[in-house]
Design a protein around this ligand. Structure first.
Ligand SMILES: C[S@@+](CC[C@H](N)C(=O)[O-])C[C@H]1O[C@@H](n2cnc3c(N)ncnc32)[C@H](O)[C@@H]1O
Length: 265
């Protein structure tokens, strides 16, 4: 079965520049990942973030997590994203929160991270690396900018333990999300291992993913009128069908979400 899709960074970025970016914020808030702020805190605790920890957030979007890490821990964060609209909003909101001394945003492709080697204590990512065309190059880049003894900690949407059965289902799931491909628990472990990292923790968050997908589907239904009014009836139909398909696939363990923490040796 074909599970690689020809979505370029330009297509992903155009989508986040338009209604897609706004819709995900409506559903998830400005931490655009499953579980919102609680999940940011959980990852921060696992990574032992504290005052002055120097973090790079790869695919930082609206910068909700960056502001949380700066506000709560006084960590220093560089956010990297390719989408101008996301970066502008992230910068504006961080300025309004008075956090520009701790947060900086850089425009760039995470396949060629705009940062020097061996710079950061923590390389951070939440539910976004699924959009990146080459996970192999991405992990290589993440390891390059991480200090020796530093950590790479991230969550992402992945394949579950049961294979997707039909090409039609795979096409619908990937095309709705604009994912060029996806990794698995083992796939990311292998990539980290291959790039000289020691794996410290891996979690398959399948049950939590199911629970949250149901919550997002309920939210789509509850916000039907708002979504139709702001984005049009067609977008509501697409969003409902897409979130519904992902919820069903999560229930069937065909798609999941995982967490990885590794140390750069
Ligand atoms: C789901 S959002 C990220 C959410 C964010 N990590 C958070 O937790 O709030 C996906 C983001 O990835 C960015 N993105 C996708 N591919 C990228 C790439 N190759 N380089 C940089 N940014 C990318 C998009 O522009 C978008 O803002």
């Amino acid at each position: 079965m074909k599970l690689d899709y020809d979505f370029s960074i330009k297509e992903v970025s155009e989508a986040y520049d338009g209604p897609v970016g706004i819709l995900w914020e409506v559903l998830m808030g400005d931490h655009i990942h499953v579980g919102g702020e609680n999940e940011t805190q959980r990852l921060a605790e696992k990574l032992e973030i504290s005052e002055n920890t120097y973090i790079i957030d790869l695919c930082s979007a609206l910068g909700g997590p960056a502001r949380f890490l700066a506000q709560k821990y006084k960590a220093r964060i560089v956010g990297v994203d390719i989408t101008e609209t996301m970066l502008k909003k992230a910068e504006q909101r961080s300025k309004e929160a008075g956090l520009t001394n701790l947060i900086e945003f850089r425009t760039g492709n995470v396949l060629d991270i705009p940062a020097k080697k061996n710079t950061f204590d923590i390389v951070w990512g939440q539910d976004a690396w699924c959009y990146v065309t080459s996970k192999s190059r991405l992990i290589q880049e993440a390891v390059r900018v991480c200090k020796s003894g530093g950590k790479i900690g991230f969550t992402d949407w992945i394949f579950g333990s049961i294979p997707i059965t039909t090409q039609e289902e795979a096409d619908f799931l990937f095309e709705f999300m604009i994912f060029p491909n996806m990794e698995s628990i083992k796939g990311y472990k292998n990539l980290l291992d291959k790039n000289g990292c020691k794996i410290l923790e891996v979690e398959d968050l399948q049950e939590d993913f199911k629970k949250h997908m149901h919550l997002y589907l309920d939210k789509v239904h509850a916000l039907k009128e708002t979504i139709e009014k702001e984005f049009g009836e067609d977008l509501y139909i697409i969003a409902e069908a897409g979130v519904n398909a992902w919820t069903k696939a999560a229930d069937e363990n065909k798609v999941s979400r995982g967490l990885w923490i590794a140390e750069k040796l």
